[in-house]
Every structure is written in structure tokens, then in C-alpha cells.
Design a protein around this ligand. Structure first.
Ligand code: ADP
Ligand code: MG
Length: 361
């Protein structure tokens, strides 16, 4: 089949590799001619997701549609439904791309989320007390890797920060004491069957995922809670495809942080460590194949390779290729996304390390 993929970043790149192994073709729509997926996709339409002419060209080439980012206009996904199945659906993506909708959806299911205020109008601001606990202001839309987030200490701070980010709709979240960050990746097919990978334990630096271990070190009680919330969420959305749910564990209280309607950085381990990777699952659901096995063959850890690694001395602007010899040890895979320009805080690739208890003696 020919899969139409909205977005050509690294998640798209890894999805295309999985599609090719199953002998599917992929047409990508992305605004960047040189996006990571451009090097291996079968066809690339360069254009904005909201450009109707480009969308039409893209749609005519494809039998089925999926996304590698939540930042796609819902109208564009609705438009594509007349050309083929869109998995995940416009409705699901629309919940996951807007923190206010997402929080409403999750709390309406009776699932705990951290304390927050929504800020859409001036009236909402009046409801926020003068004495704030340490909080984080997040834009409702288009945030990723900690972007669109500001630490807030006072109400004055909040008003200034809102002004600086252009008074767009936001949420103000209480900053939680995090004991652990956890995530789970589930896959649901069009018949409603659900499978899930083991819970991953994630460590962030400056709001960006640094390392992720699968399976995470989590008590059975917390694991059960995560599974039960996750199933409720994926079924409640009538979701089709790969969904990641991020959790905060604060003491022994579990809160949902956010949803990602696509393969997720905390699941890159599944390429080397699982029978069927999260990327292959997305391809399988898109093309109406049966779900693959989520069995983890080995515990595995990923570490993101950030652009910072290319700047030997952070003060100088000189780009220096990292010394890859340092990372070449048994069980470690170096995966680079083919991005031309390293930048501080930019994800350039990742390392996967698999751990095996088995010996051949
Ligand atoms: P992004 O879309 O950038 O991943 P997140 O909301 O997941 O945005 O925030 C990124 C990271 O910032 C989280 O993984 C966590 O480490 C930290 N963070 C975000 N919100 C909170 C919060 N309410 N309390 C404590 N830490 C937070
Ligand atoms: Mg996140």
C-alpha cells in the first residue's frame, strides 16, 4: 500500500524504515525539502499541512494516512478522510494537540491530572490567586521538548510571561515534586484490539527527554494503575494507531501528564529490543494489518544525542563531529537522524543499549 505520512521528522524516518520492511511505500508531506524522512521516503510533497493544493497532491498518491506529529491542522485530517482512512483520527489528534482539551478529556474519565488553571480569557486570569505555588506556564498548543514553557513564581511573573508568548491559550500547572516520570505506549487497531509495551521510566534534562529505560523500575501497584488508566484513555477515544501516555509519579500519586498520538521518544528501544517496534505497529495499523507482538526481548535503554554534543566547548560556535568510537560497545546501536545542522537542544539521534542476562555457556 502507499501510506501518506504527515510530517518528515525522525519519527517519520523510523516509520518509513518499518514500512519498507513490510514492502509498503510512503509519501511524506512536510514543509522542509531536507527533512530527515526525505532521504528514504518514496515520494515527498513539500508544502504546508494547510495548503489544499499540496494536500490534494499528497492525498491522490496515498491509500491511507497517518501522522508523526500532533501539530497538524484538524481540518487537513478531515479533508483526507475522503481519500482513505486517517489513523489516528482527526478527533483523536485534536484532543492530543491541545493541552486544555486533553486535560478535560482525561479528567472527565475520572483519571487524575496535576492541579492546573486554564487560561483562555481575561476572566480565567481573575480566577488565579495572587499567591501561586511554583508553577509552569505551558502554551495549550505547539509545545514540544519543553518549548512554549515558562517557570512562574508570582502572578506578576505570569502576566509578563503571558504577554511575552503572545497571550495565546495556555495552562498554568502546579510544579509537582517528581518521584519518577513514566510512560506507556499502546497500540489499538481498527477492530478495537489493544496491545501495550512495558512501562518505560524516563529521565528529562531541561524539559527534554534524556534517557528512557524499558521496562522501568515500577511497583506492581503503579504498573496496574498505569495500565488501567491507559486502557480507559485509548478506548475512550476510540483511538486507532500508536498512542503514548506520559505520567508523573509524585510520592505514590500518579498523574497523567500528556498524550502523544504517534510513536514516542520513550519507545525507540522497541526497534532493537521488541519483536515488533512501535514504528512497525503504526504501519501495521495504518495498513489494516494485524497488530505485532509487543514482547520485549531484552531490557533496553535509550539516550538522546542532542546537538550540544557537536559543540566541544559550549561557548565556541565551532561544530565538531562527536567521537563515535566512545559509544561503539557491544549491545549499543548509534542511530543518527541525518539532520545537517546541530543546534543546542536539538535531537540529532539516539543510542540504544540492550541488556542481556543470557550467556551462551
Ligand atoms: P513537552 O510537550 O515538551 O514534552 P511536557 O508537559 O511533557 O511537555 O513537559 C516536559 C517536561 O517538563 C516533563 O517531562 C517534566 O520533566 C517537566 N514538567 C512539565 N510539567 C511539569 C509539572 N507540572 N511539574 C513538574 N515537572 C513538569
Ligand atoms: Mg512531554
Amino acid at each position: 500500500m502507499n501510506i501518506g505520512l504527515l510530517g518528515g521528522g525522525q519519527l517519520g524516518l523510523m516509520m518509513i524504515e518499518a514500512a519498507h520492511k513490510l514492502k509498503h511505500k510512503v509519501t511524506v508531506l512536510d514543509s522542509e525539502q531536507n527533512c530527515p524522512a526525505s532521504k528514504i521516503c518514496d515520494d515527498l510533497v513539500v508544502g504546508d499541512y494547510s495548503d489544499k493544493d499540496k494536500l490534494k497532491l499528497f492525498a491522490e498518491n496515498s491509500d491511507t494516512f497517518t501522522v508523526e506529529t500532533e501539530n497538524v491542522p484538524v481540518e487537513s485530517l478531515n479533508f483526507l478522510t475522503s481519500y482513505g482512512p486517517v489513523r489516528p483520527s482527526a478527533d483523536c489528534v485534536s484532543i492530543c494537540q491541545d493541552r486544555i482539551k486533553e486535560k478535560n478529556f482525561i479528567s472527565n474519565l475520572g483519571i487524575p491530572i496535576g492541579p492546573y488553571y486554564k487560561i483562555e480569557t481575561k476572566l480565567d486570569l481573575k480566577k488565579i490567586p495572587e499567591n501561586l505555588p511554583p508553577s509552569i506556564l505551558k502554551t495549550a498548543k505547539f509545545g514540544y521538548d519543553g518549548k512554549g514553557q515558562v517557570d512562574i513564581k508570582t502572578k506578576k511573573n505570569l502576566l509578563e510571561a503571558l504577554y511575552d508568548i503572545g497571550n495565546v491559550p495556555c495552562v498554568l500547572e502546579k510544579k509537582l515534586e517528581l518521584t519518577k516520570e513514566l510512560s506507556i505506549i499502546l497500540v489499538r487497531d481498527f477492530s478495537g484490539k489493544v496491545v501495550s509495551y512495558p512501562v518505560a521510566e524516563n529521565y528529562h534534562k531541561k524539559g527534554i527527554l534524556d534517557t528512557s529505560m524499558m521496562p522501568g523500575n515500577v511497583s506492581p501497584v503503579i504498573k496496574d494503575q498505569i495500565f488501567s488508566y491507559a486502557i480507559k484513555i485509548i478506548q475512550g477515544m476510540n483511538y486507532c494507531g500508536v498512542l503514548c501516555i506520559e505520567f508523573f509519579l509524585s510520592g505514590n500519586q500518579l498523574f497523567v501528564n500528556e498524550l502523544a498520538p504517534r510513536p514516542h521518544n520513550s519507545g525507540h528501544q522497541t526497534i532493537e529490543a521488541s519483536i515488533c517496534s512501535q514504528f512497525e505497529q503504526q504501519v501495521r495499523v495504518s495498513t489494516s494489518m494485524s497488530l505485532g507482538s509487543t514482547i520485549l526481548k531484552y531490557p533496553a535503554k535509550i539516550k538522546n544525542l542532542m546537538g550540544d554534543l557537536w559543540f566541544e566547548d559550549l561557548k565556541s560556535k565551532k561544530i565538531v563531529e562527536p567521537n563515535w568510537e566512545l559509544y561503539k560497545k557491544s549491545g549499543v546501536t548509534i542511530y543518527l537522524y541525518g539532520k545537517n545542522t546541530p543546534r543546542l537542544g536539538r535531537k540529532m539521534g539516539h543510542l540504544t543499549e540492550i541488556f542481556s542476562d543470557h550467556t551462551n555457556d
